[in-house]
Design a protein around this ligand. Structure first.
Ligand code: ATP
Ligand code: AMP
Ligand code: MG
Length: 208
């Protein structure tokens, strides 16, 4: 088995509403202005495309409520598809970063379910796992003001604290599978730009 892809891969995770997608858009812009290519692949987008086309869901926050076996099957397919798309999209793979915007834990009706089980970790062979954290009270506020999303099942301080705690352990478990580094980045209230700068310095290390 090849140890790494031709391009560096970063998996970015964190509790829903912590600000992953927001911070990553800032990172992408900063990388671009530094002359680097970066593509963001959102795991939820891949799951949604397939399951919406089959008429099983209408929006992304319904995905985690589907029967788990359906999610398991599409999770596996999505990871393979993402890595194949990445290779097609990149102009200069060794000078680019591929970022997977996803979750280590998904809250399903059956219980907590791993977003990056072993077979998915081996598909990505990530160089680094970036865990974005924030104050639980801030995450709750961000979820509540973000009215385009339905994150009620994550909207409690207890759940957020428990998930942030579990995420640290799981990040290291996944990292051990393929030898990824783990970087914890704090996304302070009103300071997404600082979090983005921290991630840019990690990514520069991957491409320089
Ligand atoms: P999900 O996992 O559910 O996709 P996410 O981690 O990608 O969530 P975002 O959608 O990026 O979270 O952000 C959630 C909300 O928090 C958005 O309204 C965003 O503008 C806001 N937000 C992100 N970072 C900060 C920050 N540092 N300070 C204040 N608000 C923030
Ligand atoms: P997001 O927009 O990142 O909150 O993702 C939306 C939804 O996509 C999540 O609530 C999950 O249902 C699904 N999803 C995201 N990442 C994964 C993953 N690694 N495995 C399975 N489902 C995922
Ligand atoms: Mg997001």
């Amino acid at each position: 088995m090849k140890r790494r892809h031709l391009f560096p891969v970063a998996i970015v995770v964190g509790v829903p509403g912590v600000g992953k997608s927001t911070v990553l858009e800032l990172v992408k812009e900063k990388m671009r202005s530094n002359g680097y290519e970066m593509i963001i692949l959102n795991y939820g987008d891949y799951m949604l495309k397939e399951l919406k086309s089959k008429g099983l869901v209408e929006h992304r926050d319904q995905l985690r409520k589907l029967p788990l076996r359906i999610q398991v099957e599409h999770q596996a397919n999505a990871a393979i598809e993402m890595m194949s798309d990445a290779l097609k999209m990149l102009k200069d793979p060794s000078k680019s970063v591929v970022v997977i915007d996803t979750h280590l834990i998904i809250r399903t009706p059956l219980g907590y379910w791993p977003g990056i089980p072993d077979h998915v970790a081996h598909e990505f062979k990530a160089d680094v796992i970036i865990l974005i954290e924030a104050e639980p009270e801030d995450i709750l506020k961000r979820q509540l003001k973000d009215t385009d999303r339905v994150r009620k099942d994550y909207s409690s301080i207890e759940v957020i604290k428990e998930m942030q705690n579990l995420n640290r352990y799981i990040a290291f478990m996944v990292a051990h599978r393929v030898g990824s580094a783990v970087k914890i980045v704090y996304n302070r209230e009103g300071q997404a730009d600082d979090a983005a700068n921290e991630i840019v310095s990690v990514f520069k290390n991957l491409v320089e």
